[in-house]
Write a protein that binds this ligand. Structure first.
Ligand code: FPP
Length: 235
């Protein structure tokens, strides 16, 4: 089995999964969080080098206060626990998105986790929090414009490659496979630039039920694809 170097996942369906069990949405998020911890072990064992997950979008603030507060509580606990997960999987963690919107203690936990896990490089996990791809691109363009204004970057030096260095994903290879759980067939403002040549896999399985067998199914599907990067496939 040819294992993708970089898998991106839109973690969807926690709420519906819980509702179907007669439980509150928050229960689905707790189970979704546990599944995220577990899937890092699968990624490491299978030899996936990069995992990027969409955990909280710039639009998710519009959910009820109760749900947002519950998610913040979950993030706090997870960011702390993740220090141990990083040790176990020799995993470097990076948060994508605009962290400045979070309470200071969450920002501190993100900084501690990124700095602590910076010593590892076997598995790279990117967690998108308060992330929206258009917002990421606009923030990148703003930084780029500042550099042009300062004179450290010339307009003629701007290429796809230089622009990528202004994105939150600077230095991280583009995803080979995108998985979205729970039946929705859209990108929801996730990695619009980075997914240009990525293979997509959609499944009806809700995120809390997306286990190792489901992951292997997705990778098997990916193996059947005839990957192209815009040109003609080499025989
Ligand atoms: C989508 O399910 C999920 C979210 C908006 C939150 C994702 C969060 C987790 C998996 C929990 C933990 C993550 C971290 C990083 C600690 P949904 O609520 O949109 O489900 P629905 O579409 O059924 O309503």
């Amino acid at each position: 089995m040819n294992v993708p170097n970089h898998i991106a996942i839109i973690l969807d369906g926690n709420g519906r999964w819980a509702k179907a069990k007669g439980m509150p949405r928050s229960y689905g998020h707790v189970k979704g969080c546990a599944n995220l911890e577990r899937i890092c072990d699968d990624m490491k064992e299978l030899g996936v080098k990069y995992l990027t997950v969409f955990a909280f979008s710039t639009e998710n603030w519009k959910r009820s206060k109760e749900e947002v507060d519950g998610l913040m509580k979950l993030f706090r606990g997870y960011l702390e626990k993740c220090l141990k997960i990083a040790d176990k999987n020799h995993m470097r963690v990076k948060v994508l998105g605009d962290a400045s919107a979070f309470d200071q203690d969450i920002q501190d936990r993100i900084k501690i986790l990124e700095e602590y896990s910076g010593k590892y490089n076997e598995l790279h996990m990117q967690i998108a929090l308060n992330y929206g791809s258009r917002d990421e691109i606009v923030r990148g363009v703003r930084k780029l414009a500042e550099d042009v204004e300062k004179g450290t970057l010339k307009p003629e030096e701007i290429s796809e490659h230089t622009f990528e260095n202004y994105l939150d994903t600077a230095g991280i290879p583009d995803p080979d496979l995108l998985i979205r759980t729970s039946g929705e067939l859209r990108l929801s403002n996730f990695l619009l630039w980075q997914l240009a040549y990525t293979e997509f896999y959609f499944t009806d399985v809700a995120w809390p039920d997306f286990d190792r067998d489901e992951l292997i199914k997705a990778i098997e599907q990916y193996n059947k694809r005839d990957r192209r990067y815009g040109g003609v496939k080499e025989e």
